[in-house]
Design a protein around this ligand. Structure first.
Ligand SMILES: Cc1ncc(COP(=O)(O)O)c(C=O)c1O
Length: 377
């Protein structure tokens, strides 16, 4: 199936009990057993739930993986991956990972004896130099949050998989979604999602997911999923499944609107610099065009007058709502240094306080442009 069809049909069968076309919300914690240990594949909903199974199958199919696992949040999914490691293991991460990822690595997991270092993963020689004999995971975000940098996934996988320690290459694919980019096909071992964002698509659910291709890895991760228990409820799984049905059309329009606004912002006097994966002619844009089908819905820009102007701008938009998060049908605006990425303040990953991030929604692009124009003025 092509991805547009998979978004609607993958993992979805009419309910065998009633014929319901939409996946039922199996709001149950437990399941009747016919005899001791004899059941229909479900015994307790932390371990497995039919609504969650439908979502997990759908995600595996979209990312071209062999398995999917759903979690209560993106952070819960990320935390579960890191529990594969033991004290003394090293993680090499991009130096512009999501602030919450950095916080988990530095303020929580470092206390458990894991070692983390950060490099500019868009520079392959920095990745090569950053790999250590005890590196077990290479952690990438591409496009990254909020700088929208692009890392060449195949090239990094080539470097990592040549290492004797054979680290797992894990890609946070939240910004691109499998509609725009499928890292497992480019050599990655595992994909992470905050399904809160584009997969859910309507700012009405918090969730996370992992998708991989190696069934031995599935065993270890699904053991952790059950042992740790950071699982989503069936209602949340239903909402993500429903969001995914329109992923293809949404990502097309998000990308069209975002590119138009990025080009508009480039021409504004008070804007110093615009970041968008498909804007310009740099090596990163070339990599984006190789591994993504469109640029996605996120645009970041730096204002010439810095923090004060950035704060004034985001408080003056009328259609763009000042709020954290991204990936919903409505347009959002924020200042990462003071909002989503506060946890990296005073660290080497600190964000320029004059950087503004847009999550470009599905409104008419002329209305969005007018809104930015009046706020910039
Ligand atoms: C790229 C990225 N990864 C992971 C997360 C964490 O996801 P969640 O908020 O669902 O825990 C976020 C949240 O903003 C994110 O932007």
């Amino acid at each position: 199936m092509k991805i547009e069809t998979e978004c609607i049909h993958a993992g979805i069968d009419a309910d065998p009990a009633t014929g319901a076309v939409m996946t039922p919300i199996y709001q149950t914690s437990t399941y009747k057993q016919e005899g001791v240990g004899r059941h229909k594949g479900y015994d307790y909903s932390r371990t497995a739930n039919p609504t969650r199974s439908a979502l997990e199958t759908c995600l595996a199919s979209l990312e071209k993986g062999a398995f999917g696992l759903a979690f209560a949040s993106g952070m819960a999914a990320i935390d579960t991956v890191l529990r594969l490691l033991s004290p003394g293991d090293h993680v090499l991460a991009g130096n512009d990972v999501y602030g919450g990822t950095y916080r988990l690595f530095e303020k929580v997991l470092r206390n458990f004896g894991l070692d983390f270092s950060y490099v500019d993963t868009t520079e392959l020689d920095q990745v090569a130099q950053g790999l250590k004999p005890n590196t077990r995971i290479v952690w990438l975000e591409t496009p990254s949050n909020p700088w929208l940098t692009i890392t060449d996934i195949s090239a990094v996988c080539g470097l990592a998989h040549n290492q004797a320690s054979h680290p797992l290459v894990v890609i946070d694919n939240t910004f691109a979604t499998p509609y725009l980019q499928r890292p497992l096909e480019l050599g990655a071992d595992l994909v992470v999602h905050s399904t809160t964002k584009y997969l859910g698509g309507h700012s009405d659910v918090v969730g996370g997911a992992l998708v991989g291709k190696d069934l031995a890895l599935r065993e270890r991760l699904s053991f952790l999923q059950n042992a740790v228990g950071a699982v989503p409820g069936p209602m949340d799984c239903f909402l993500v499944l429903r969001g995914i049905k329109t992923l293809a059309v949404r990502m097309e329009r998000h990308s069209q609107n975002a590119l138009t606004l990025a080009r508009f912002l480039e021409k504004q006097q008070n804007v110093a610099h615009v970041m968008y994966p498909f804007l310009g002619l740099s090596a990163q844009v070339a990599a984006a065009r190789r591994q993504m089908t469109c640029g996605g819905g996120m645009v970041s820009f730096v204002l010439k007058d810095g923090q004060v102007t950035a704060h004034r701008l985001v408080e003056r938009t009328r259609l763009f709502t000042l709020a954290e998060s991204l990936g919903g049908v409505e347009s959002l605006i924020e200042v990462p240094a003071a909002m989503t990425h506060q946890s990296v303040a005073d660290s080497p990953l600190a964000i320029d306080p004059g950087l503004v991030r847009l999550s470009v929604g599905l409104e008419n692009v002329d209305d969005l442009m007018e809104d930015l124009e009046q706020a910039l003025a």
